[in-house]
Design a protein around this ligand. Structure first.
Ligand code: AMP
Ligand code: MG
Length: 317
């Protein structure tokens, strides 16, 4: 027996409404899409998004795709382009994710895109996913509903086995059509294939009337300023600060006097929820150094420390 505490919701109107209610109160709901089961949270709720990373046990903040029921709601959060319109008209709803510039006033949590100024968005085709998204009304951030390193779930049982104690509810919509992941296309300056998937490059190229650049992983990792490079503050970042030096901007954790406190009660989910917002806010004060209290290296602390040590690493170029 799996000691699951997740509510299992039926794939009915009542189940969809209940799923939306749980999302609205900051809960995590797993639901089927045409690719795999997704682990969903209200994309505008910092704490709910932090709970996704906590539940998955990811060692780093990999940015998440935000799912919508309708293009009108989606377009409020991104800078829409003619090529986005062309691809959306042709392939949505469906397994295509577009990475676009985020609207500066979008209320989507900065944790969703791990501090990047871009946003990955998609309109899934799966009827149950659409029903939940429609009932909810806003954007739902959803990576695959499995613990980090485990295989992607294509049935409600898989989700329960992997995340039964970490998710509030699982909408049981049967098996996902054995899913390839969604194809991810970046549309920032020129179209770039960021991840191959269900929709192939030649089909996309035929629609756009030009080929897509292919992003190679190694290239992206070694090229700061590129799509996948992570947000780095302008200030230097000093880690494990147990006392503050004069002039430093102080990012605290726990019972310390500081400029902004990630979590006075040492709650790592709260700390993750604040992380990108607070780094941005301190950086906007244009000081030389942001000093950060030690963060425990367990649970979500691993991903928080990963992010902070990248921010503290010497810059290239
Ligand atoms: P998954 O949620 O497991 O389907 O993975 C989401 C994928 O989308 C990851 O490969 C992310 O790196 C990618 N992704 C999400 N947001 C962005 C973004 N803003 N820019 C580039 N890639 C992104
Ligand atoms: Mg996955």
């Amino acid at each position: 027996m799996n000691p699951s505490s997740a509510e299992i919701l039926p794939d009915t109107d009542a189940g969809h409404v209940r799923a939306a209610d749980i999302l609205r109160t900051g809960g995590l709901v797993a639901f089927p899409t045409e690719t795999v089961y997704g682990l969903g949270a209200d994309a505008c709720d910092d704490r709910a998004v932090a709970r996704i990373y906590d539940a998955k046990g990811r060692p780093s903040f990999n940015p998440l795709i935000v799912h919508f029921a309708d293009p009108e709601t989606l377009k409020r959060h991104v800078v829409w382009t003619p090529e986005a319109e062309l691809l959306a008209q042709t392939f949505w709803p469906g397994p295509l994710t577009l990475v676009l510039r985020k609207q500066p006033d979008s209320p989507i949590s900065p944790l969703v895109s791990a501090g990047l100024e871009t946003l990955a968005v998609r309109l899934p085709a799966h009827a149950s996913a659409r029903a939940v998204l429609r009932a909810f009304g806003g954007g739902v951030a959803a990576p695959s509903a499995n613990r980090s390193g485990q295989i992607s779930p294509t049935q409600a049982d898989h989700v329960v086995a992997s995340l039964g104690n970490r998710v509030d509810a699982v909408l049981d919509g049967g098996s996902c059509a054995v899913g390839l992941e969604s194809t991810i296309v970046g549309l920032l300056d020129k179209p770039v294939m960021l991840r191959p998937g269900g929709i192939t490059e030649d089909v996309l190229a035929a629609t756009l009337g030009r080929h897509l650049a292919i992003r190679h992983k190694a290239e992206a990792l070694s090229a700061p300023g590129q799509l996948m490079s992570h947000y780095a503050p302008h200030a230097q970042v000093r880690l494990n600060a147990t006392e503050w030096q004069p002039g430093e901007l102080r990012l605290g954790f726990g019972d310390v006097a500081c400029d902004l406190n990630l979590s006075e009660s040492e709650d790592l989910v709260e700390a993750a929820a604040h992380l990108f917002d607070y780094l941005h806010r301190l950086d906007a004060q244009k000081g030389k150094v942001i000093a950060v209290s030690p963060i425990p290296h367990d649970g979500l602390g691993v991903a928080i420390n990963d992010r902070l040590s990248r921010a503290a690493a010497p810059r290239e170029g």
